[in-house]
Design a protein. Structure first.
Ligand code: HEC
Ligand code: HEC
Ligand code: HEC
Ligand code: HEC
Ligand code: HEC
Ligand code: HEC
Length: 304
């Protein structure tokens, strides 16, 4: 017994030393990738599917309908925040709406180890990864639960599909519009159709010929009128009014009256108006008019 305990203790000391040495290496940015702890973890846990060099060509890759991603594709991954990787790896593909072909590693890897793997993958990125690339995921309290877990972070962030490809009415009509089931099917007849349950739901709506009942997020009252066309044609970015949608897994809005604003107003401070309130519309119209634009301030323009 005593001998076994001392062997264990010796192993622990060796292991601790190895961890310290590896940490020391990780702390030096110039350390060659060959010795990074992330590389070893990657080889043990990920290579079988994502391939030895991250290209998505591991030994088991062929058996998955949704193929293991090419994790070295910088165009797609450089702007994805670390928290996205941590969530996918610890909790599996479905935690971000992806297929269950990507298994959860919680129990086998801890968060620190996943961050080491991500740091290693960042060294493989082509085009190269730069520290300023990813912006954090935007999570807004109270965002509604949608009938399908549709992620703007994946579509507009990672794959960089243009906002107006899907919201194509924005430049030519009052409403921006949400894409038809047919438009989703244009890509998803094939992509994810075999093994992603979220994408199978699109097929079910398509077969029933029913629209997807998306829950509305941004809304002003019935007695007001907001047209997208003049705003989009004036070159105002969508994000200026809606926030960093391409960083949202689930779209939500920080809008409407707020007690904090009311109290600040009451004591004479003048906080910026909350989005989608009348003060917000009028403040921007005044600012824009100071630069020579003609945004209306008369009541009937917004209240028909
Ligand atoms: C059993 C096979 C398998 C293993 C092992 C595996 N993956 Fe995956 N992984 C997949 C598949 C399949 C997908 C594609 C899911 C999809 O596109 O719906 C995926 C997707 C991902 C994604 C999401 C990428 C994207 O396209 O947005 C990340 C990140 C990822 N894997 C990282 C890892 C890491 C890191 C490891 C090791 C800790 C790992 N995977 C191990 C199969 C695997
Ligand atoms: C221009 C092509 C394209 C269009 C249009 C498109 N998607 Fe996707 N979608 C993709 C790609 C590419 C992926 C990533 C697949 C993967 O990695 O497994 C994806 C992933 C998904 C996923 C899984 C990840 C996530 O977002 O949760 C869902 C669900 C999804 N799409 C739903 C939709 C719906 C609903 C529509 C229509 C409103 C739509 N898509 C339109 C290309 C498209
Ligand atoms: C692949 C198609 C697709 C792309 C690309 C896309 N969207 Fe969306 N968008 C949707 C779908 C589907 C919904 C409804 C589900 C939801 O709210 O997430 C939506 C919802 C929204 C909403 C909330 C609508 C409401 O109910 O108030 C806003 C705002 C929005 N998108 C803006 C954008 C912006 C800005 C971009 C570009 C950065 C963008 N979208 C890119 C498909 C897309
Ligand atoms: C000047 C501010 C502003 C800009 C710029 C703007 N929006 Fe909106 N958007 C709004 C407001 C306000 C609403 C709510 C309108 C209502 O309730 O009638 C809205 C609603 C929406 C909706 C849901 C209702 C609908 O119209 O279908 C979507 C989707 C949307 N916007 C997408 C976009 C996209 C995509 C862009 C960029 C191409 C964009 N918006 C640019 C202010 C803006
Ligand atoms: C980020 C700045 C901004 C915000 C916020 C904004 N607007 Fe505007 N709005 C403009 C500009 C700029 C124009 C003038 C565009 C042009 O030059 O034709 C305009 C024009 C308009 C017009 C006149 C359209 C036409 O056909 O001439 C209406 C109506 C309007 N806005 C309503 C609203 C309402 C309602 C809100 C709030 C829910 C709002 N706007 C918020 C910048 C803004
Ligand atoms: C640029 C667009 C715009 C103009 C100009 C505008 N409003 Fe509004 N108004 C709104 C919007 C959007 C709302 C709904 C959001 C809110 O309640 O703040 C609103 C709300 C209101 C409300 C309801 C407020 C409440 O607390 O329920 C009243 C009353 C009102 N407006 C009166 C006016 C009058 C009077 C004028 C002219 C002096 C005017 N508005 C000009 C956009 C506008």
């Amino acid at each position: 017994m005593a001998r076994r305990a001392s062997v264990l203790a010796a192993v622990a000391v060796v292991a601790a030393t190895v961890v310290l040495v590896l940490r020391g290496l990780a702390a030096q940015p110039a350390a060659p990738a060959a010795t990074s702890p992330g590389k070893a973890l990657y080889a043990t846990h990920c290579g079988v599917c994502h391939g030895e060099s991250g290209l998505g060509d591991g030994a088991s890759a062929a058996s998955f309908p949704s193929k293991p991603s090419n994790l070295t594709d910088g165009r797609r991954f450089n702007q994805l925040p670390e928290d996205f990787f941590v969530n996918v790896v610890l909790n599996g593909g479905p935690a971000e709406g992806l297929s269950p072909g990507m298994p959860p590693f919680r129990g086998n890897l801890n968060e620190e180890q996943v961050r080491q793997i991500v740091a290693y993958l960042r060294t493989l990125a082509e085009p190269p990864f730069s520290e300023d690339d990813p912006r954090p995921i935007v999570t807004i309290a109270g965002a509604p639960r949608q009938p399908i877990f549709f992620s703007h972070l994946i579509h507009a962030g990672s794959y960089r599909i243009d906002c107006q490809y899907c919201h194509s009415d924005a430049r030519r009509s009052p409403t921006a519009g949400v894409p038809s089931v047919e438009k989703c099917m244009g890509c998803h007849k094939i992509i994810g159709a075999q093994d992603n349950p979220e994408i199978r739901k699109i097929h079910q709506y398509w077969e029933k010929r029913e629209p997807i009942p998306w829950v509305r997020v941004f809304k002003i009252p019935e007695f007001t009128y907001f047209p997208h066309k003049p705003h989009v044609q004036a070159g105002l970015p969508c994000q200026g009014c809606h926030g960093d949608i391409q960083q949202m897994r689930v779209v939500g809005a920080r809008t409407g009256p707020s007690l904090v604003n009311d109290l600040q107003n009451l004591i004479g401070l003048r906080p910026a108006s909350r989005p989608l309130t009348m003060g917000w519309c009028v403040d921007c119209h005044r600012e824009q008019n100071a630069t020579g634009r003609q945004a209306p301030l008369d009541c009937v323009a917004c209240h028909h």
